[in-house]
Design a protein. Structure first.
Lengths: 294, 294
């Protein structure tokens, strides 16, 4: 693969204002800049949605992390608060010539330490393989095929989103905070080594989870939720869900089982922010990708 | 103790719009009214703050569960949304002549199944003792001394708040949902037996936790949070915190230890909704109360 040196890194927290690990890591890095300083590149930090953070909410008017479609950024009719904010952030990142971006998120689902990839660039794949090789609990979710390119991380070809959980909105969890910080440190070290032509070896294969479809909660004819994640599925992100396994328990005590024909791996199970989007979980497939020649 | 029959019970959910267990239990009871029907009393159900629920927020303008001080209810100058809503709910509960009230809450803290008492009425104490005797995981928190009488449950002398956790705001958890429903069922059965002069025996003593003080997060001079609950304290609600035990880990990696001279029992550790109130936890004392002659 031919890419230039990484000269400018951006670390973004608070893209969602109530996901506090990212917000406070950015605050920490601002206070202790040596933590993200490396000889061969600059690292800028950004608290993306300060007003949403101050309001204790994911966003004020619309989800900032759905506002980065290039056509939307160029559409002068889109003037909600986060739509304007996205245009300004995009401009800022372009002017800074950011060539690697880390966007920090957290989830009420049991996502552990998840790397979200928005494309299949070999650089990102090798980095993800390296991260999961030195910490087997790191999972890698490839969202390219199922998402519009409207996420903040899509601004930059190289880069990842870090999604950690489970953690409630509006709180910090020291253990997850420290694990996330450690992951960022390892990424920055990897970028430094890349620039020095001393990139550490990564495995030849990478376990990737590919979203297949989203599943909504059971609802009645009025659209109201009438069931919950079944206790046997709660917290089982990245574990196998087999045909006939229990998915939901309804308020009338009936049970909804998984009707599919193949084993899938649910993620974002019971993510609070996805209720409004009609998503109780995503089903993914698990695949080993050979990245030797990529 | 001399109280009349319980003729009218109220079960309230959604006093905080993003505490979904209460909201959906109320919806369930509306759909299946037989679940709360008993021969000797009526049970009305109330989704207190529907608009906050629809907005996915604790409240729209101010915390509804701080609006029930009788002087505030009578103050015509208080016209924020929840202040008006409190006046209307108070009127409704008065007109219905409610004589026992259950208010349903949830917490991001590891509160398990907690009974919150707002006064020391013997009826409430005996009920709490009964509930904790048949389910030893039930904890009883006596908030009378430390809270203004501005909670919804203060509208009615007899009654309790149920506080369950840990659960993120804006989601359901089937296991906690079912445990909460079971607790309500036991309470309604107890009230029925009381009315039939067949009140089940409760123990002579009751373990009560009394809030002593609230503890804020470590902050800098600008008022910003600069530390988190220490991992060794996270989730340890109702467990002993001894002098010298770790409480917070700061972003500079320094640790704050408990400086008090006596063992205390923290509760509401890392409750998301209390960040804005400057409360990282409450410290409580644990006491055995003899209720034989009460």
């Amino acid at each position: 693969m031919t890419i230039n040196q990484i000269s400018q890194v951006a670390i973004v927290g608070g893209t969602h204002g109530n996901e506090l690990i990212g917000v406070y890591l950015v605050k920490k890095f601002k206070q202790f800049p040596d933590l993200i300083k490396r000889p061969s590149f600059e690292a800028l930090i950004l608290l993306a949605n300060l007003r949403a953070f101050e309001a204790g909410r994911r966003y004020l008017e619309t989800d900032l992390n759905r506002c980065f479609d290039i056509q939307d950024l160029e559409n002068p009719m889109l003037i909600q608060y986060e739509q304007l904010l996205a245009k300004v952030i995009y401009q800022q990142l372009q002017e800074s010539q950011v060539d690697f971006l880390i966007d920090l998120h957290s989830s009420t689902a049991n996502m552990g330490l998840t790397i979200l990839l928005g494309n299949d660039h070999p650089f990102n794949l090798h980095l993800a393989a390296y991260l999961s090789s030195i910490n087997p609990s790191v999972k890698v979710l490839q969202t390219e095929a199922t998402q519009k390119n409207n996420r903040l991380r899509s601004v930059c070809e190289l880069g990842i989103t870090i999604e950690v959980g489970p953690i409630s909105q509006g709180v910090l969890d020291a253990t997850l905070f420290q694990k996330t910080e450690k992951l960022i440190t390892v990424i920055l070290d990897y970028l430094e080594q890349w620039n020095q032509n001393q990139t550490p070896n990564s495995p030849n294969t990478l376990t990737l989870y590919y979203p297949l479809e989203s599943i909504d909660f059971p609802r009645n004819e009025a659209g109201e939720v009438v069931g919950m994640i079944h206790p046997s599925l709660e917290g089982n992100d990245y574990l196998a869900l087999n045909p006939g396994d229990q998915m939901f328990v309804n308020f009338d005590d009936s049970v909804v089982v998984y009707q599919g024909k193949t084993t899938v791996y649910p993620v974002f199970i019971n993510e609070s922010a996805y209720w409004e989007k009609g998503i109780a979980m995503y089903l993914t497939s698990k695949q080993e990708l050979n990245i030797l020649n990529q």
